[in-house]
Design a protein around this ligand. Structure first.
Ligand SMILES: [Zn+2]
Ligand SMILES: [Zn+2]
Length: 239
C-alpha cells in the first residue's frame, strides 16, 4: 500500500482516506473512520460526530454528506456511530433522499429501535458472518468480534483488492485469520482489556505485519521501535 496517490490514476483496487484514527477517548484525533472511494463511489466506514467537519477537514472541503453513496457501520458505540443520526436528519431534511446503511445482522435490531430508528433515514442492509453485501462497486462482509455490544469487523472488496478492518476487539487469532486474507489489514490498538495491545500485534508473522496498519489507537501509545505503524489522519492510502 502506498499513500498520496490519485484515486483515478491506477488500475484496480481502491483508495481510502483516514478520516479519523483515534480511539473513543482521544483528545488528539477524530474517532476511527474511513472514506473508501472507487470509480467516483464513496463508502463511509463508521460515522462519528461531527461527521461533516471530519469529512471537510480530511478532504480539503471536497467531500460532504451529499457525496457519500453508502455507509458501513461496525457497531453503535458513540466513537463509531455518534454522527449517524445527524447524517440521517441531513439526508431527510436537506437532501431528501436515502442511502444504503450496511451492518452485521446482530447490529440491526438495535439500529431500528428508539432512539436511533435508523430505518427512518436509511435503506438498511444486514448480513450474518461472512455473507456479502453490495454497495456500488464495493462488496462488504462482516464478522462478529468479541466486544461489549454486537460489533462487526469488515472485509471490503473492490477492483480485485480487499481491505480488512478489525473494528473493536481484543486480540483474537480467529478474527485475524479472517482479516488476513485481505491485501491491507487495519487493526485497532489500545492497552485496556477490551482492546488489543501492541505487544500482541507484534507477535504476528512479518508478512502480515507488512500489510498491517493500526488505527483506533489510544493517545500516547508509543509505537517507536515496535515494528508497527499507525494510519495518519487525513492521509489517502491505496488498497
Ligand atoms: Zn471504538
Ligand atoms: Zn466499541
Amino acid at each position: 500500500m502506498s499513500s498520496n496517490l490519485d484515486p483515478e490514476a491506477a488500475d484496480g483496487g481502491f483508495t481510502f482516506v483516514t478520516l479519523g484514527m483515534g480511539d473513543a477517548f482521544s483528545a488528539l484525533h477524530y474517532s476511527a473512520s474511513l472514506l473508501c472511494e472507487r470509480s467516483g463511489f464513496r463508502l463511509l466506514v463508521d460515522c462519528p460526530h461531527p461527521i461533516r467537519k471530519i469529512l471537510r477537514e480530511a478532504t480539503a472541503g471536497s467531500v460532504d454528506i451529499a457525496d457519500i453513496g453508502a455507509i458501513a457501520l461496525t457497531h453503535l458505540h458513540p466513537d463509531h456511530a455518534s454522527g449517524i443520526e445527524l447524517f440521517g436528519y441531513y439526508l431527510l431534511y436537506v437532501l431528501q433522499r436515502r442511502i444504503p446503511l450496511l451492518m452485521h445482522a446482530a447490529v440491526l435490531e438495535q439500529a431500528r429501535q428508539p432512539p436511533l430508528l435508523l430505518d427512518r433515514y436509511f435503506d438498511l442492509f444486514s448480513a450474518d458472518d461472512d455473507r456479502a453485501l453490495a454497495a456500488g462497486p464495493f462488496e462488504v462482509r462482516f464478522r462478529r468480534t468479541r466486544h461489549m455490544v454486537p460489533t462487526g469487523a469488515l472485509r471490503i472488496a473492490a477492483g480485485g483488492r480487499t481491505l480488512g478492518n478489525s473494528s473493536d476487539t481484543p486480540f483474537d487469532p480467529a478474527l485475524i485469520s479472517w482479516l488476513e486474507t485481505a491485501d491491507v489489514v487495519l487493526h485497532e490498538c489500545g492497552s485496556s482489556q477490551v482492546h488489543t495491545p501492541p505487544s500482541q500485534l507484534q507477535t504476528l508473522p512479518a508478512p502480515l505485519r507488512e500489510r498491517l496498519w493500526l488505527f483506533h489507537v489510544e493517545d500516547g501509545l508509543d509505537l517507536a521501535g515496535s515494528g508497527l505503524r499507525a494510519l495518519v489522519q487525513g492521509q489517502r492510502y491505496r488498497v
